[in-house]
Design a protein around this ligand. Structure first.
Ligand code: GLN
Length: 304
């Protein structure tokens, strides 16, 4: 398959979408990002890498971090994790409060904010220095020792993160946050504020495409069965209330973030990451979704 030619075709075909949507501005530091950027990187399990556009520019991974924190929480807690959260699609916004109250403080799944706040609480219970541990884990997975947190983004979000604080308070009220609330929020905002490029993300997601091999990085081990289950959760819950649409258009397990990134995998084949900051109303990258839709159409490689 000539992946380079396919990526070039995609770049040309998505040009008409370049000015649609706006970047996230509810996190003040993200409002300053140049919205007119686009990058894509494919990493196959055979070792082929293909990148175009701004594939090496680092951006705020935001909710994509929820996949990595879930991997750690599954390693630490195993199936016990599911006593504290569900694994059903939410069908609602990533920061919805209503559903959480209705369901008595049990988040629908780990890939919405409520679930990721509980996951952060789990990491705090198991790790003395979770921020350092998390970034080291991502450095190992991506093979890039220079990735790090953008503290300005984390502080910026924390300073006006009223919805996340409300979710955390509700979780605490229902007994589903065991540690200190401010500490949980700090870790959560830091994990969202990691900066990686499409190339870094494609590398870091590749182990999730390799479900025939147990996952073993920096002492973190996941069984092939746990990787299979993580992919199932990405497929059904990775795009909030647009999970069905992403499944329909693209057909890959993946995760988006309000920084405009999307990372996805094709089991036994490849990992792919795409980034463009302009978002649709659901908080997913417009060019990113279109690019991935074209990719699985042109290659005829998806899980369906
Ligand atoms: N940090 C963002 C928030 O909590 C992450 C949301 C996202 O990427 N969907 O609101």
């Amino acid at each position: 398959m000539n992946y380079s030619a396919i990526l070039e075709t995609i770049k040309n075909e998505i040009a008409p979408y370049a000015r649609l949507g706006h970047q996230a501005d509810y996190i003040p530091a993200l409002a300053r990002v140049n919205p007119d950027q686009f990058g894509i990187c494919l990493q196959t399990l055979d070792g082929e890498t293909c990148a175009i556009g701004d594939a090496d520019v680092r951006f705020s991974i935001q909710s994509i971090s929820k996949v990595f924190s879930l991997a750690l929480a599954l390693h630490f807690e195993g199936e016990g994790l599911w006593t504290r959260m569900g694994r059903e699609p939410s069908g609602s916004a990533f920061n919805s409060l209503v559903q959480l109250e209705y369901e008595h403080g049990i988040p629908r799944n780990p890939l919405i904010n409520a679930g990721a706040l509980v996951t952060a609480d789990v990491l705090l219970a198991h790790l003395d220095h979770p921020e350092e541990f998390f970034i080291d884990f991502l450095r190992t997975l991506s093979g890039n020792p220079s990735i790090g947190y953008n503290i300005e983004v984390a502080v910026s979000e924390h300073s006006c993160g009223y919805m996340n604080a409300a979710i955390a308070n509700l979780l605490k009220h229902y007994g589903n946050i065991h540690g200190d609330l401010e500490r949980v929020l700090h870790l959560y905002f830091m994990m969202c504020a990691v900066e990686m490029s499409c190339r870094d993300l494609a590398h870091a997601f590749l182990p999730f495409a390799n479900h025939q091999q147990p996952f073993r990085y920096d002492g973190i081990a996941l069984t092939t069965s746990q990787i299979k289950r993580m992919n199932a959760i990405m497929q059904t819950c990775g795009f909030y209330d647009e999970a069905g649409e992403f499944s329909y258009l693209v057909g890959l397990p993946g995760k988006s973030g309000v920084g405009g990134g999307i990372a996805a995998i094709c089991p036994s084949r490849y990992a792919i990451a795409v980034w463009s900051p302009r978002l649709n109303a659901k908080g997913n990258s417009i060019m990113g979704m279109k690019a991935l839709e074209l990719f699985t159409t042109l290659t005829a490689e998806s899980i369906f």
